[in-house]
Design a protein around this ligand. Structure first.
Ligand code: F6P
Length: 356
């Protein structure tokens, strides 16, 4: 085939993340300081993508780990990714402090804030799904931005304990076949793909909308015996397929990386569940509210989907602790509403309340 016949599959308007955010700042839709923070986070993600890509080539111990502050295996690349993100953002003048899955306590910047311009708090999971690393499967980073409340001591860790409705920005990077950066500042959700040649994220997925219904669910089925009744019912009805009450066949996916699952849902719909279960009754769920569930729920809602704990809209959960866990059910609106309805029906007939 001659090059003349080789037409591009799709023409992409080369709008970089930087240009996209500058346009929003110029239009008054975004403070310049927040745009600067988002760019710094995206730079951190581009560097984490490189570290993930090099994997065992960068350090022989990349996939080895020891228990982190939560007793989970923390791999060398988790620590490296955390350091990369901290280095990328710590000098951004509007950043007052940050919290990461890999660090127990809130960290505070030494920057002198710019008077008159808003000051932010960043919460992030530098490398989500890191058990996928040694099998060369998908991982990602997740982040959430809150505004530093006015008054009182600047470095009070309670400043981070704000419900998800107060997020001013949230996003994730997916280190898959293409490195992507997906972000919302409350004006819909836009997706950018990393252009290696340009060294920049370029807008490829403007204004993502989650399809209302797509018959696909994602859940770790091996925990089935520990789930609560409403989740058992929902999954049973999906599995019954065309001959059951749903009168439709369902597909199932489980990548074991929340970023990858949410990305799939943004592209083609479906529902993701990591529900409360009875394996460890002290824990409300597996996933973290502040830097996993809240940012993903903000994105999903901005893309027209829904997100709940089962009994409450995720973004309205009042946090009590920085690292608290929560049950997560998110995705296509109708499916999420159906599962919330099953929980509501159960709570009118009995059921213990959902603790933290
Ligand atoms: O952060 C936790 C996480 O890795 C998520 O990305 C993912 O959805 C989940 O854990 C996978 O959990 P499990 O190993 O129990 O399937």
């Amino acid at each position: 085939m001659t090059t003349q016949n080789m037409k591009p599959i799709r023409t992409i308007e080369a709008v970089t993340l930087q240009a996209f955010l500058t346009r929003m700042v110029d239009g008054g839709a975004l403070p310049a300081s927040l745009a600067e923070l988002v760019i710094a986070v995206s730079d951190g993600c581009a560097s984490i993508a490189k570290a993930v890509e090099h994997g065992p080539l960068s350090t022989a111990d990349a996939y080895l780990g020891e228990a982190n502050v939560h007793g989970e295996t923390q791999k060398q690349l988790d620590v490296v990714s955390n350091d990369i993100m901290v280095r990328a953002v710590e000098r951004v003048p509007c950043l007052a402090g940050w919290v990461s899955e890999e660090i127990e306590d809130a960290q505070w910047s030494k920057n002198a804030p710019d008077p008159g311009s808003p000051t932010y708090l960043l919460l992030f999971d530098p490398l989500d799904g890191s058990s996928n690393l040694e099998v060369n499967s998908m991982v990602g980073s997740i982040f959430s931005v809150l505004t530093l409340p006015q008054g009182g001591p600047r470095d009070d860790p309670r400043h981070f304990l704000q419900p998800g409705t107060r997020q001013v920005c949230a996003g994730y990077a997916l280190y898959g076949a293409t490195t992507m950066f997906v972000v919302t500042t409350g004006n819909g959700v836009d997706g950018f793909s990393y252009d290696e040649g340009a060294g920049a994220f370029v807008l490829t997925h403007p204004q993502l909308r989650i399809p209302l219904d797509y018959n696909e669910f994602a859940i770790n089925m091996s925990n089935q015996r520990f789930w609560e009744t409403p989740v058992k019912r929902y999954v049973r009805e999906c599995v019954e397929g065309a001959s059951g009450v749903r009168a439709a066949n369902f597909n199932m996916r489980w990548i074991a990386s929340m970023v990858a699952e949410v990305h799939r849902i943004l592209i083609r719909g479906g529902v993701f569940l990591y529900p409360r279960d009875s394996r460890n009754p002290q824990l409300a769920g597996r996933l973290r509210l502040m830097y996993e569930a809240n940012p993903m729920s903000f994105i999903v809602e901005q893309a027209g989907g829904g997100s709940t704990t089962g009994t409450q809209r995720m973004l309205e959960v009042e946090p009590a602790q920085i690292h608290q866990r929560v049950p997560v059910i998110l995705g296509s609106k109708q499916e999420v509403e159906r599962i919330a309805h099953y929980h509501a029906k159960q709570s009118t007939s009995s059921v213990p309340a959902c603790g933290s």
